[in-house]
Design a protein around this ligand. Sequence first.
Ligand SMILES: NC(=O)C1=CN([C@@H]2O[C@H](COP(=O)(O)OP(=O)(O)OC[C@H]3O[C@@H](n4cnc5c(N)ncnc54)[C@H](OP(=O)(O)O)[C@@H]3O)[C@@H](O)[C@H]2O)C=CC1
Ligand SMILES: CCCCCCCCC/C=C/C=O
Length: 329
Amino acid sequence: MVTAKVWVLKKHFEGFPQTSDFEMKQEALANLKDGELLLESVFLSVDPYMRPYSKRDMKEGDVMIGTQVARIVESKNPAFAVGAFVVANRGWRTHFISDGKDLNLLPESWPESLPRSLALGTIGMPGLTAYFGLFEVCKMKPGETVLVNAAAGAVGSVVGQLAKIGGCKVVGCAGSDSKVAYLKKIGFDEAFNYKTVTSLDETLRKASPDGYDCFFDNVGGEFASIAINHMKKYGRIAVCGAISQYNDTVPQKGPYIQFPMIFNELSMKGFIVTSWYNRREEGVKALLKWVLEGKLKYHEQVTERFENMPAAFIGMLKGENLGKAIIKV
Ligand SMILES: NC(=O)C1=CN([C@@H]2O[C@H](COP(=O)(O)OP(=O)(O)OC[C@H]3O[C@@H](n4cnc5c(N)ncnc54)[C@H](OP(=O)(O)O)[C@@H]3O)[C@@H](O)[C@H]2O)C=CC1
Ligand SMILES: CCCCCCCCC/C=C/C=O
């Protein structure tokens, strides 16, 4: 019999998550029935959505939500061979049983040269968020100017590079000088540290005096309130995330956005990547191709050991990750 380790939400987060809000437990897994598979997580993902979604969807004692790349270790399902790798959405667990219906097999053509963890990052949910958010929500066109915040993270780093592939000028910001240096290295035209600039307003104006056609907003809050005043006429804003607000205990009260929306006839659209998953294959194929061509670079912040998942999650929310935050079991 296999015993899985799982992380549960012991206590709902109040403000910034603490390691004491989590508890590690053991779960005895039953023997496999016909049609079932036993899987072991190889890589797990920590993502910002876990913070707001835990409040919305979870109760104390639930296993933390999340996705993993897992290897099939035993199979009583002829459609799944032992040794194959899948992406699953089974939460923070080392092992689990599945009937196969909730699994996405990694393409058999997955190149040996690429870490399979990319299926949780640049060639997975965050990459797809960038792909559909930029091309479909922002409706980016060649020659335009794109602004993206949290630009050195899993989604933002792909947004900037896809905008360059699509023939745009890209301005990005991040929370440290080393992240800013990384953005320049991967091709951003302008990059700045939002924590150290004296005036965000001035910095945005200097980076693109004519303003921005597209704003891919991962951060919300004060940054978005200032950036909206720098949009060009008919500019488009993709509201992807609001990480600056996820840990607020008292909702922020922002400036109101109607005037710039009206005067510049802006479009602003929130989106959830999974609404585009009917085109998931198209996105994965395009992202994989760009990675293999060397046009889309990736970086992963790998934390070793399942036991360190809460610390990796908290670290990611604090900005300790460059690129995608991954846990290697
Ligand atoms: N709508 C959708 O379907 C999806 C939305 N998202 C959203 O996209 C955003 C980015 O996610 P993802 O790329 O996975 O995460 P990242 O890899 O970008 O990690 C989060 C980053 O957010 C930055 N950050 C944290 N707090 C703040 C703050 N107060 N102000 C500004 N930046 C902050 C930190 O970078 P720094 O050092 O630069 O501060 C940190 O590294 C999140 O808001 C997430 O919720 C993600 C996936 C799907
Ligand atoms: C089948 C994979 C499920 C992964 C769920 C991801 C949902 C992300 C939505 C993010 C919103 C804000 O961060």
